[in-house]
Design a protein around this ligand. Structure first.
Ligand code: SF4
Ligand code: SF4
Length: 290
């Protein structure tokens, strides 16, 4: 297979991924608009009822009382089942291919690059800072634990909660619901926008408890990336394209941080240095994208 055929296949894959992210964003805005219509919250669920994480927030109360937290219902569990099915097959692929918040973050990072902020000079330090930027390694390493801590706190709070514990801070509500009913939600919206311009996929990397929940599936899923170290020349292109800031990508393809966006596959110029495989043996790209 020639290099141009390989690169065409990869670009097709990227188009599919971007198309799916656009659909996720449009779907989330439609749910937000629907929720504004009179009487809609009462007929089929509130905005929160479409959130997969609502199922995790309601899990305790549902197991113990067969009730759900206010503003969530069984639709949350149905949507979470779909997300789990995707995760069993493709790890955190939901984050990279289907999450509307992930799509907005990618869009904002692209906007920062388009605005030329990549070569922004911070005078006080006399250093070139690239936006979206990478945090220092020590801060990055510690902050990545924050999403697991948030998950534990939410699970603990859900035992005593009446409403979903994350509801008041939820960036999905802030971005898509068109109902910024509190100053706190406005703060979340502004913080989410500004930090997403400054740091690529900042919410996915550091704060998202749904991403933390799905991370374990990166170790279990049959569809995953594979590196061929006979072909890879450690050029580092995949590292620089990784939106999750994973270092030494070929060595860390099962990282809990990987959202299976396949940008590394797209960036790699060496045929078969990186491949998407089922059970390490079967190449998905070659089979399905001719
Ligand atoms: S871009 Fe390809 S060749 Fe370069 S380090 Fe990554 S996998 Fe190896
Ligand atoms: S390692 Fe590759 S697939 Fe995983 S997040 Fe980084 S660029 Fe995406």
């Amino acid at each position: 297979m020639t290099a141009s055929v390989v690169s065409k296949q990869k670009s097709k894959l990227m188009s599919i991924r971007k198309g799916m992210l656009w659909l996720a964003v449009i779907g989330a805005f439609l749910i937000g608009i629907r929720h504004l219509l009179p009487g809609e919250a009462g007929s089929g669920g509130s905005f929160d009822a479409f959130c997969p994480f609502g199922a995790i927030e309601s899990m305790w109360i549902y197991v113990t009382t067969r009730q759900t937290l206010l503003t969530t219902n069984l639709l949350n569990f149905a949507i979470m089942s779909g997300v789990l099915a995707v995760s069993f097959i493709g790890g955190r692929a939901f984050c990279g291919w289907m999450c509307p918040l992930g799509a907005v973050q990618e869009g904002l990072a692209r906007l920062a690059r388009r605005l030329g902020w990549e070569k922004c000079r911070v005078r006080s330090r006399q250093a070139n800072v690239q936006f979206p930027m990478h945090l220092p390694d020590w801060a990055d390493r510690w902050l990545r634990f924050a999403k697991y801590l948030i998950l534990v706190c939410v699970l603990f709070a859900s035992v005593f909660a009446v409403y979903p514990p994350l509801q008041a801070f939820c960036p999905a509500r802030a971005v898509f619901s068109f109902k910024l009913s509190s100053g706190l939600l406005w703060s979340v919206l502004i913080t989410f926008m500004v930090t997403s311009l400054a740091v690529e996929r900042v919410w996915c990397k550091y704060l998202c408890p749904l991403g933390a929940t799905l991370a374990i599936f990166n170790k279990l899923s049959p569809v995953r990336m594979h590196a061929d170290f006979d072909t890879c020349n450690h050029c580092g292109r995949c590292d620089s394209e990784c939106s999750m800031g994973i270092q030494d990508v070929p060595d860390n393809l099962s990282s809990a941080e990987c959202i299976r966006c396949l940008e590394c596959l797209e960036a790699c110029a060496h045929e078969d240095a990186l491949t998407l495989r089922v059970f390490k043996t079967y190449k998905v790209l070659r089979k399905y994208l001719n």
